[in-house]
Design a binder for this molecule. Structure first.
Ligand code: NCD
Length: 365
């Protein structure tokens, strides 16, 4: 079953097709308002969300389809002890397509292996959030006309910000992308993304200590909030320093056509005095998210009969356990350990993508 778990599940041609469809929906909405008549989307939100859930619901309604679901784990049978695998299997009997958000890294893959209908990852823990990336891509595409050669700054919580992880994965397919990483040291980008995604794709990156220092060279500045809900006891973080807050004064140092993106919700990392600046694209990004979700629902329903394939465990990985304590393989019934073996002898957990090095003891980023 074709699902969208990670942005890399979509080829560059598919991404291009989704952006073309979204632009066509914007130009001719009337032609799409009956396309999903008689079809149902289930939104399973085990974690709070306003815009992503409502964006999915608005997308399906604008396609003429219906919506069922829940917005709080306490309203589902999980609160009675049901496994995620069973919940996905049951909902797949009612709906044609599922959008799911869950606090555990890798939960979307586990659910998709059991749902029997296409499943869209609407955010799995701190891992990834591919449909936010679709919104980000369309926003940059409409503002810049393409992606090759862009210099993109990422600012804020790059450790737990799943939207950042997915957006970097998408940018990795384009040519000559440079990134500037602007974060407090305790919230810097995970090593597996630097070495596993950026280095492999030949993306150039550097770290900067403040927005002010980085802003003159940027074509896109991607702001994020601090993901306080994902902190374990050991990795606390208290104050957001001024170096990571964008305001109108700092915008004076930016290129006249730089765009500012933010997945929202904003807390205090973008001052409201930036909002009237035409380079602030974060509310347009919200609209683009709905159009891209419409395009995605149409795409996945059109390919619903295709086999997505169940990932297989590397034979040498037998007996290994994922070291990421936030991974869905910990504490979730029916989640067998699955690993891919890498050329350097390390293993990658197929659910949460964290790396495991067996020679130097268990190592996880
Ligand atoms: C993001 C998310 O949920 O990861 N928001 C969103 O999808 N609109 C970013 C965030 O929560 O900070």
């Amino acid at each position: 079953m074709k699902s969208l778990i990670d942005i890399t599940d979509l080829s560059e041609a598919e991404l291009r097709g989704l952006m073309d469809t979204a632009c066509d929906i914007i130009a001719h909405p009337g032609e799409y308002c009956e396309k999903c008549r008689g079809r149902k989307l289930a939104t399973l939100f085990f974690e709070p969300s306003t815009r992503t859930r409502l964006s999915f619901e608005a997308a399906m309604l604008e396609l003429g389809g219906g919506v069922i679901g829940f917005s709080d784990a306490d309203c589902s049978s999980v609160s009675k002890g049901e496994s995620l695998a069973d919940t996905a299997r049951v909902i797949g009997c009612y709906a044609d397509i599922i959008a799911m958000r869950h606090p555990k890294d890798g939960a979307a893959l586990l659910a998709s292996m059991n749902a029997g209908v296409p499943l869209i990852n609407a955010g799995d823990g701190g891992h990834c959030h591919p449909t936010q990336t679709l919104a980000d891509l369309l926003t940059v595409y409409r503002a810049k006309g393409g992606f090759d050669g862009l210099t993109v700054g990422f600012c804020g919580d790059l450790k737990y910000g799943r939207t950042v992880h997915s957006f970097i994965n998408a940018l990795a397919r384009y040519k000559d992308i440079k990134t500037v990483l602007i974060s407090p040291p305790e919230l810097c980008l995970p090593e597996y993304i630097k070495t596993g995604v950026m280095a492999r794709a030949g993306m150039v990156w550097r770290e900067a200590g403040s927005i002010e220092e980085a802003i003159p060279e940027l074509d896109v500045l991607y702001m994020t909030r601090i993901q306080r809900e994902r902190f374990g006891n050991s990795d606390g973080y208290s104050e957001l320093e001024d170096a990571f807050v964008l305001d109108a004064e700092k915008m004076k140092g930016a290129k006249p056509d730089m765009c500012v993106l933010h997945p929202l919700p904003r807390v205090d990392e973008i001052s409201t005095d930036v909002d009237p600046d035409p380079r602030a694209k974060y509310f347009e990004q919200v609209k683009n998210g709905k159009y891209m979700r419409m395009a995605l629902i149409l795409h996945l329903l059109a390919h619903a009969g295709e086999q997505g394939g169940r990932p297989a465990n590397a034979p040498e990985a037998h007996g290994l356990v994922c070291a990421n304590e936030r991974c869905v393989t910990h504490g979730e019934r029916g989640a067998e350990q699955l690993f891919r073996r890498n050329a350097d002898g390390s293993f990658t957990c197929l659910y949460c993508e964290s790396e495991l090095r067996t020679s130097a003891g268990l190592h996880n980023d």
